[in-house]
Design a protein around this ligand. Structure first.
Ligand SMILES: [Zn+2]
Length: 476
């Protein structure tokens, strides 16, 4: 583990120094350098070679990051914390069967305690995997417990209850009237949007085109604008869903959503967008909507491969998401990066989606998708101190293989080829095992790979009890 020390100084407030690291800034110039990251309060205060604590004043904590790589914390723009307990319980199914036969009955079996257990388990896995910001669509009820778990464990989160006022195969427990759905959304938004010093946000989240009435979709989009929230939904995930849209609306899901509800000017994030129809990429661009690319989920549910290259070429913001645990069955951003990079080659040809671009999706791309790139997504003075420290040697019983991290010295000296090797290490080789430290808002939430804000043994035990309860209630 990295060495930590207190630096005795005097006078004004202190902070944290991550010293002698290879720092991958993800700023506009995509600079890489060896040096220090200085954090004061919840912000990055200084960056550069040789910026050390003794020159500053106050009580400073120094973490020696020699041999480590420091990056902005990862952003995942589509997850479902509520589904974390249902991992391994919904395999070998296409999207609509997966929802109707497994996921909706299991979500209907949640109570407040089991949903809290799901959220705590999910946030623990996300943080220890280096994810510092999420956009999570929850189930219809008990979303209060999800916010409380995110508040407790320290992740940055946009969270919204799923809105569903119709739909084939929806259990009675998940059906709500249009007005109930809007009222609960409004209540949660007024309670949580901007809470925890701005770390928590509400996201208005109609589930998808076929679980919402046109009135609900329209009102949801306006409510997002009224409250200054993101609008988040699923769109064009599977061919079956697109066929339903063509039959009902005469166009694809993205065009139908736009026709029915329009996008929110405060920001719209559409999960998946695997099968855009003619003209729909132009619609996304005109509306300044973002796409959440979920490669593992799209493969597990046999949905297809999203045309990420086409979205990026059109200037559409793209982020990455693990989606729910039962359609992945992991929640780590590094796994999604690797798969996105591999699928990018398959979909659009060798070199069509580089390792650097994939790291961008998980950092600046995600931040831009959430309209939060002025605060997160890159390491720059004045931005939020959301950081991940990767140790190439962690998780191996012996020393890592030679050139494991590429030539970081050359990368730090401005060699673009060497920097590309570093991005390739992050995107293709790295796993959550290499995540050593994670900071959100300057708070040390993962230290030496361990969650700091709660006892993980307790989270696991609570989750095991909750899984048994949900399975019994759902008969699964
Ligand atoms: Zn989803």
């Amino acid at each position: 583990m990295t060495a930590e020390s207190e630096v005795p100084t005097h006078g004004v407030s202190g902070g944290l120094v991550l010293s002698n690291a290879t720092v991958v800034k993800m700023d506009a110039a995509r600079r890489v350098f060896r040096g220090d990251v200085v954090v004061r309060g919840d912000r990055v205060a200084q960056l550069g070679p040789g910026v050390t604590a003794p020159r500053a004043q106050g009580p400073w904590r120094l973490i020696d990051c020699t041999g480590r790589v420091v990056l902005p914390g990862f952003v995942q723009t589509h997850v479902h914390l509520t589904q974390t307990l249902f991992r391994h319980l919904a395999c070998d199914l296409d999207l609509l069967s997966w929802l109707r036969r497994r996921i909706w009955p299991l979500e209907a079996a949640h109570d407040e305690q089991t949903n809290r257990a799901a959220a705590r388990l999910g946030v623990a896995e996300l943080l220890t995997g280096g994810t510092t910001t999420i956009l999570s669509m929850e189930t219809v009820h008990h979303t209060e417990a999800t916010f409380e778990a995110a508040h407790e464990l320290g992740i940055r989160a946009h969270i919204g209850k799923a809105m569903m006022d119709q739909g084939e195969g929806v259990p009675a427990e998940l059906r709500e009237s249009t007005d109930e759905s809007l009222a609960e959304t409004r209540r949660l938004c007024s309670r949580w949007h901007g809470a925890a010093g701005g770390r928590l946000h509400y996201a208005v989240a109609p589930r998808f085109l076929f679980s919402c009435s046109e009135r609900l979709l329209r009102r949801a989009a306006r409510l997002a604008e009224e409250c200054g929230c993101l609008l988040h939904t699923h769109a064009s995930e599977s061919k079956d869903e697109v066929a339903l849209s063509l039959a009902a609306f005469g166009c694809g899901c993205i065009e139908a959503l736009n026709h029915v509800a329009g996008c929110a000017s405060t920001g719209t994030v559409l999960a998946h967008c695997v099968h855009p129809q003619a003209g729909e990429i132009a619609i996304l661009r005109e509306l300044d909507a973002a796409v959440a690319h979920c490669p593992s989920s799209n493969l597990k549910l046999a949905s297809g491969i999203a045309p990420v290259r086409a979205y990026l070429d059109a200037g559409i913001p793209v982020g990455l998401g693990a989606d729910g645990a039962p359609c992945n069955d992991r929640l780590d951003a590094l796994g999604e990066m690797r798969l996105a990079a591999l699928l990018g080659q398959l979909k659009s040809g060798a070199g069509s989606l580089t390792a650097r671009e994939v790291v961008e999706l998980a950092t600046v791309g995600g931040a831009r998708s959430l309209r939060a790139d002025h605060e997160i997504g890159s390491l720059e003075v004045g931005k939020k101190a959301d950081l991940v420290v990767l140790d190439p040697g962690r998780g191996y019983s012996s020393a890592p293989p030679p050139r494991f991290t590429g030539d970081t010295d050359a990368a730090e000296n401005g060699s673009s080829a060497a920097a590309e090797e570093l991005y390739a290490w992050i995107a293709f080789t790295c796993s959550p095992q290499q995540v050593e430290h994670v900071f959100v808002d300057g708070a040390h939430v993962v230290r030496g790979g361990d969650l700091m804000s709660a006892h993980t043994g307790g989270i696991r035990e609570e989750a095991a009890r909750a899984i048994a309860l949900c399975r019994r209630r759902a008969g699964i």
